[in-house]
Design a protein around this ligand. Structure first.
Ligand code: GLV
Ligand code: MG
Length: 346
């Protein structure tokens, strides 16, 4: 185990000092772009104004014979776009692939100072983070990168879930973790062909009562993993995200999956289709009614201690903290998004 006095040292000569706390940013949706396709690259300047994060995808969904084109396309779109306060991320290829090393050498070499976060797929344990951490430090040092490039892990193997606590705490370079339900389902031999969401056969059935029809309810296949991921991330001071929702035709199911993740503690989700941008914006910005109520609680308990009754509901130090979570997030969203600033009155 690394000693505390070593944890925040730069890992290479010339690399910037790691962050002590990850920068605070609103990241309600991580919008995926396939950078090998000119048609999608052309939309990036416009998309960058609508989303919190633009991610150039190099991994799954990019055909093997287009990997170099995707990398070059990402560099091109990074250079030619002014992202303003919108985050710029890439999803690199997995560490055991033939492309991972050149993904990092070429991208950090060309646009290291514009790149905020590298998403690392198929993370199995803290050793994967340690490798990329060291490599990024070498490349930052070599290329004069002035702020640390963060790492975001995808939780999408059974071994990764087993090691999620160690992954979250592996490095000060950790930004957060996303659930990858498709690869994770395959890795665990779950019997679903869907990308995220529920399954009609995963349900509980009410007891039989005479001849009355028995009610069934679908359960959430992802509840356990999201909750584990949230605990790992929150205890390490980083953020948890729900990943992809594959059925673009079912906006209601997407919204429900995103909302479950939000309520359990996630900060955002991936948007793979433009229709999912608005869903994520709606879900991952706190409910205006909750914000208004939470503000009343904070005002009624200025020092956060004691007990008061508001609308017949007991409030104390603990509920004050719950309300502070909601109000702090609302303030961050309002600072980023003028529409929500107006809705919240902040
Ligand atoms: C995402 O990468 C997934 O496998 O779901
Ligand atoms: Mg995957």
């Amino acid at each position: 185990m690394k000693l505390p006095n070593q944890f925040y040292r730069p890992l290479a000569i010339g690399a910037p000092a790691p962050y002590r706390e990850p920068p605070v940013k609103v990241e309600r949706m991580i919008h995926f772009v396939p950078p090998h396709l000119e048609k999608f690259r052309a939309k990036v300047p416009d998309i960058a104004k609508q989303v919190d994060v633009v991610l150039g995808n190099l991994e799954d969904a990019i055909p093997a014979d287009a990997k170099e084109a995707a990398r070059a396309g990402f560099i091109e779109m990074a250079k030619s776009t002014d992202f303003g306060s919108t985050g710029l991320w890439t999803r690199m290829n997995s560490l055991n692939s033939p492309w991972a090393l050149d993904d990092m050498i070429e991208i950090v070499g060309a646009v290291g100072n514009k790149l905020d976060v590298v998403m690392l797929p198929k993370v199995e344990g803290p050793w994967d983070i340690a490798y990329l951490d060291q490599l990024l430090a070498q490349l930052e040092g070599r290329n004069g990168v002035t702020k640390p490039i963060m790492i975001h892990a995808i939780l999408e193997t059974a071994e990764g879930v087993k090691n999620v606590d160690a992954i979250a705490a592996a490095s000060p370079r950790m930004h957060g973790i996303s659930l990858g339900p498709a690869d994770l389902a395959a890795s665990r031999a779950m019997k679903t062909t869907r990308v995220g969401g529920g399954h009609p056969e995963y349900k509980v059935i009410a007891d039989a009562e005479g001849d009355a029809p028995r009610v069934t309810f679908q359960q959430d296949l992802w509840h356990y993993t999201i909750a584990r991921m949230v605990d790992a991330c929150a205890s390490a001071g980083i953020k948890a995200f729900y990943g992809p929702f594959g059925d673009f035709s079912d906006a209601a199911a997407c919204e429900s999956q995103f909302r479950n993740a939000f309520l359990l503690g996630c900060a955002g989700a991936w948007s793979l289709h433009p229709t999912q941008i608005e869903i994520a914006k709606r879900v991952f910005s706190p409910d205006p009614k909750e914000v208004a109520f939470a503000r009343r609680v904070l005002e009624a308990m200025p020092d956060g201690t004691g007990a008061v009754m508001i609308d017949g509901r007991m409030q104390d130090d603990a509920t004050w903290k719950q309300c502070k979570v909601v109000v702090d997030l609302a303030k961050q969203v309002a600072a980023k998004d003028a529409d929500f600033a107006k809705i919240y009155g902040l």
